[in-house]
Design a binder for this molecule. Structure first.
Ligand code: ADP
Length: 234
């Protein structure tokens, strides 16, 4: 099954609204969280410690959503810098190594192009790749150790674009999930925000690139990011 990302104005609008009210919501959330912690001993006495846990977890999730929204609603014009994609991928892979091991999975980096220059906002593209890794680890974690998890990162040249593939051997997706993947707030995870891919999509579009995804339920998923190759200065 294959799905190409589509235009997504909804996120930009919601992002503006969220940025405007985020601070006002965060403060009361923080104080509620504090009072729940204070009530914890009383709840333990009542044998209801579980309630405290749930409330704190839900407040943290709300905070995560606000945090991601604030991030995604900041000025979106990329701060561009010409770099080699291989070095960025190496760095992000290294950063993610220990977390990957905790998820019983390994990251394999295969670069067919040692010299692919792109003009990108390094921070933003790192965020996109990290998010793809995170999703891959999440789906691998759901395998319950059925098979060794692996994330293959493959860098290739495709015409005027650099193609970064992030391939996992996780659970894959059904068509219903594939169709909604890039929707803001769409998540199948208990504590997901559903913002990772919609934000990633927007970042890649702002770089004049695209994201594609192919997935086979039960076998795994590949995300392909395309970024325009920077003109070589002679
Ligand atoms: P979140 O990770 O918070 O759920 P995302 O926007 O990153 O938000 O992802 C949306 C949904 O897309 C996930 O909840 C999951 O169902 C699906 N998804 C994303 N990446 C993968 C993947 N590599 N394998 C399987 N499903 C995925």
């Amino acid at each position: 099954i294959e799905q190409t990302a589509y235009q997504n104005d909804k996120l930009a609008m919601l992002g503006k609204i969220a940025a405007a009210i985020a601070h006002e919501i965060r403060n009361p959330l923080t104080s509620i969280r504090g009072f729940i912690q204070l009530l914890r001993p009383a709840l333990v006495d009542l044998g209801k410690e579980e309630y405290a846990k749930i409330m704190v977890a839900e407040i943290d999730r709300a905070n995560d959503i606000i945090y991601e929204f604030l991030n995604s609603s900041k000025p979106t014009a990329p701060m561009k810098q010409t770099i080699q994609l291989t070095s960025l991928l190496k760095e992000v892979s290294m950063l993610s190594e220990s977390e990957a091991l905790m998820h019983n999975c390994q990251i394999y980096l295969e670069s067919y192009e040692a010299d692919l220059q792109v003009s990108i906002d390094v921070k933003q593209i790192k965020q996109v790749v990290l998010n793809l890794f995170k999703n891959a680890m999440d789906t691998i974690a759901e395998l319950d150790g059925d098979r060794a998890g692996r994330i293959d990162v493959i860098l290739k040249r495709k015409a005027d674009f650099a193609e970064i593939t992030v391939k996992d051997n996780g659970k894959g997706m059904d068509r219903a999930t594939l169709n909604r993947l890039f929707d803001p707030f769409f998540t199948t995870k208990e504590s997901g925000t559903g913002l990772g891919l919609s934000v990633s999509y927007r970042i890649i579009r702002n770089h004049s690139g695209t994201i594609r995804v192919t997935s086979v339920a039960g076998e795994g998923t590949s995300f392909m990011i395309y970024l325009p190759i920077a003109e070589q200065k002679v």
